[in-house]
Design a protein around this ligand. Sequence first.
Ligand code: CFM
Length: 540
Amino acid sequence: MKRIREIKPELVKEELLEKYPSKIAKKRAKAILINDPENVQEIQSNVRTIPGIITQRGCTYAGCKGVVLGPTRDIINITHGPIGCGFYSWLTRRNQTKPESDSDKNYMTYCFSTDMQDENIVFGGEKKLAQAIREAYEIFNPPAIAIFATCPIGLIGDDIHQVAKEAKKELGINVFGFSCEGYRGVSQSAGHHIANNGLLLNLVGNDDTPKEGTFKVNLLGEYNIGGDGFAIDKLFTECGITLVSTFSGNSTVQMFEQSHMVDLNVVMCHRSINYIADMMEDKYGIPWFKVNFIGAEATKKSMMKIAEYFGDADLIKKTKEVCDAKIKEVTSFLEKVKPTTEGKLAMLFVGGSRAHHYQELFKEMGMKTIAAGYEFAHRDDYEGRAVLPDIKVDADSRNIEEISVEKDPVKYDESKQQLKAKLSTNGFEFSDYDGMMPEMDHQSLVIDDISHYESEVLIKKYKPAVFCAGIKEKYAVQKMGVPLKQLHSYDYGGPYASFEGAMNFYRDIQRMVGTNIWNLVKAPWVEEPELMGEVTSEAV
Ligand code: CFM
């Protein structure tokens, strides 16, 4: 730790920018901040990545099809586009699902695509799409089919919504499209927004059958990566809370359709799902607040807040009992882990919420997050929702449809808003998210849309005990002698949510930071800076 105190973050920032041409350095400087939790500064985020910089980001199609709609098991998701887009979004995240019986529909292991060819690009692909929908319907008989537009579809102007409308009439099932072309936004974040709009317009509120249960909630922004959603479900059940729908881990069409029949929405990943939370409040009067099930203390805090919202003495008592017992287990587990982890450094550069949430787990292990950042989050995820009115809407954001939502004349429930008003006067917070920066240490580095080059500089400077990112970064970082923990797919580990997940995470990190093997790693280019090779070609 002493060595860290000697590294001046101002100088690190200078070094990060030094190699860039001056115009680019000026732009990047606004995305690299030295944190002051008391005085949260404005960070540049949700803007276009500078061409030529190696970014961690994905595309709008990935955010819509892969992230938000991907985990729903009984919608047939057809990628309208060249086969590569479908293939690379096929099972590339570790969403898990558990059909209730063997006869339940589950298409998550399939990959559906129109496989657009040159002539379809020239003459249009609408007929091919209509045919693909028909074929999928005949073979699988699904309750719903969704269509996802990729870049070339937007460029040639296929009207996927018209095709969907006609298919819906012809087949008598729900068919709808998403204009989520990869280029439509600056990152996958645009795809989340488009997906949220589509879910609300096409599924939410279609079925008024109430689910049995006294305390009914939806869990928004939990995608069941590595079984996280299962771990949270289990905890809810133990405490007596009924989960009606998760958006969208382990979900089904029916769950979305009945999701307006709840008392409360809780939001896990704010970045990807805040739109639905707000729209469901406007339309049905359902209040929402932010929760976090990553970290044992955060889990307890979130569970207690849910119980307190309902205000039922038995529920509060039961929830407290369950959480206290688990915390006891976690604490004794931590005692064994901490001698290895205490005082070590972590860096997290992931997505739009995990770079924040996972700092909780490192804190519990006594580790220090020296630098963190999101790939595609917005200012509110860094600075808190209080800045929402100040966020400038630029041309890229204007490109994404804002749908206007009105109070549902029949299904809007005034009593939920009355309860919200009553609780708010006692300081209970709703529609809240304070963001990552107020919770990070003074002088830690906060970097938005970090580039590969910047990661390398950070690693050389600080030599963290663990670097958290994704598969694209993993092997480059590990060749520098630093273990990389994937926080998108969990390196096939997990779950990491809830109390049981916290212990899984402590164990996995203890293993990674407790071994000396990383000091023995020498990348080939360190030993032999220049690699020589020969290329031969033979004319065929
Ligand atoms: Fe939300 Fe996600 Fe994330 Fe995200 Fe993602 Fe993901 Fe992520 Mo990968 S919805 S913002 S677009 S928590 S796929 S399940 S792990 S980058 S931090």
